[in-house]
Ligand binder design. Structure first.
Ligand SMILES: [Zn+2]
Ligand SMILES: [Zn+2]
Length: 139
């Protein structure tokens, strides 16, 4: 599968049996439909309102094309105070997150269980990607 941003071949990262497509060039992540639910759990996905995402208010980003069908993806945003804009294939192939976005989504919806574990996984995977998300104090 090719990255919708820069057309580079994406790496497949396996996490607990879920295949995550990752672009090393731009740090973006593609999740096939349903994989987010597998990653963070259905309840957490509902909690961050991702399954029914709301249209992004001000699409400042360029439209991406679905890496599976090349259709232009829709901009959507998560609910909640720390809203994240992501892209969704109109044909339901999956979701695209630019660098750092998935980590923020996971953390914003993080329940103490799966969400937190996945958030830790992403911090480990993308250590450089902390500018916007790292808020742990020195304690
Ligand atoms: Zn890329
Ligand atoms: Zn598609």
């Amino acid at each position: 599968m090719k990255c919708p941003v820069d057309n580079q071949p994406m790496l497949v990262i396996e996490y607990e049996g879920i295949e995550i497509d990752y672009c090393a060039a731009c740090g973006g992540i593609w999740l096939d439909e349903g994989e987010l639910e597998l990653l963070v759990g259905a309840e957490e996905t509902d909690a961050i309102a991702l399954s029914g995402g709301v249209p992004a208010p001000a699409p400042g980003e360029k439209a991406r094309r679905c890496p599976a069908c090349r259709k232009k993806m829709r901009k959507e945003a998560t609910a909640g105070p720390d809203s994240v804009t992501y892209d969704r294939c109109p044909r339901g192939h999956g979701l695209w997150f630019d660098q750092g976005e998935l980590g923020r989504v996971v953390e914003s919806g993080a329940a103490p269980g799966a969400g937190g574990r996945v958030a830790a996984f992403f911090r480990e995977l993308f250590p450089a990607d902390g500018a916007a998300t790292r808020e742990e104090g020195p304690s």
